[in-house]
Design a protein around this ligand. Structure first.
Ligand code: PGA
Length: 251
């Protein structure tokens, strides 16, 4: 039985006061969330230390939004996986579509980041998803499977025992157009079936979470689907009450 996982991706939002307020509300309400649900929050790099200091004893797990693919070295402005682990970070998002699009991150670079995360004891949350044009062009399956294959080829199927996959259709991110539970389930199922061709055990165990306009009023229906193991939540994770409600829907 796979544990459900809900992760808040705070993106490039908030100042110290806002982050503290949000976090305090989350911590004080976290007891309402089922024990069977894992919950993570991914603040920006500059707020990781602040958040870590306040998280002690709470069920919330600290995540980061990115890492550099290199080990600690002379790369100005970047953050190594070892630094994140040292700070208490346990999850790290790799391959978010905003980075693929705006920062031109390639599948190959993302696979290197996934390796670097695992080498440093972090669990990568690998984001994959098709654009609106790709969906309308009927190439959703080959797009997402193609993105997944680059990572699988790099690390091998066994390494996916400690990878979380986030299916995030690009057309649903930040747009308010959530995929229907049927649309999301269909892609989650085909991803799991694809992995099963390599290892039935890994396919059964790997958590595939959905992202793209998850909100309090659609989370329950999405999380009820057989192959949707939780959510990666952007905008709605910045509102404590709504995020807690989403987490409760997973339990
Ligand atoms: P959204 O973002 O919930 O605001 O659509 C999801 C994400 O980018 O992970």
């Amino acid at each position: 039985m796979r544990r459900k996982l809900v992760v808040g991706n705070w993106k490039m939002h908030g100042n110290r006061a806002q982050v503290t307020e949000l976090l305090q509300e989350l911590i004080s309400s976290a007891t309402q969330i089922s024990q069977g649900v894992d919950v993570g929050v991914c603040p920006s790099f500059v707020h990781l230390g602040l958040v870590k200091d306040q998280l002690a004893g709470s069920k919330l797990i600290l995540g980061a939004q990115d890492l550099n693919e290199q080990p600690e070295s002379a790369v100005t402005g970047e953050v190594a996986g070892s630094m994140l682990f040292d700070l208490g970070v346990r999850y790290v998002i790799v391959g978010h579509s905003e980075r693929r699009e705006k920062l031109k991150e390639s599948d190959d670079l993302i696979a290197d980041k996934l390796v670097s995360a695992q080498v440093n004891g972090l669990t990568p949350i690998l984001c994959i998803g098709e654009s609106l044009e790709q969906r309308q062009g009927g190439v959703t399956e080959e797009t997402v499977v193609g993105q997944l294959n680059v990572a699988v080829d790099k690390v091998g199927i066994r390494a996916f025992n400690d990878v979380i996959i986030a299916y995030e259709p690009v057309w649903a991110i930040g747009t308010g157009h959530t995929a229907t539970p049927e649309q999301a389930q269909e892609v989650h199922r085909l991803l799991r079936d694809h992995l099963a061709e390599l290892s039935a055990a890994v396919a059964e165990a790997v958590r595939i979470i959905y992202g793209g306009s998850v909100k309090a009023d659609n989370a329950k229906e999405l999380f009820r689907s057989a192959d949707i193991d939780g959510g990666l939540v952007g905008a709605a994770s910045l509102k404590a009450e709504e995020f807690i409600s989403i987490c409760k829907s997973a339990g």
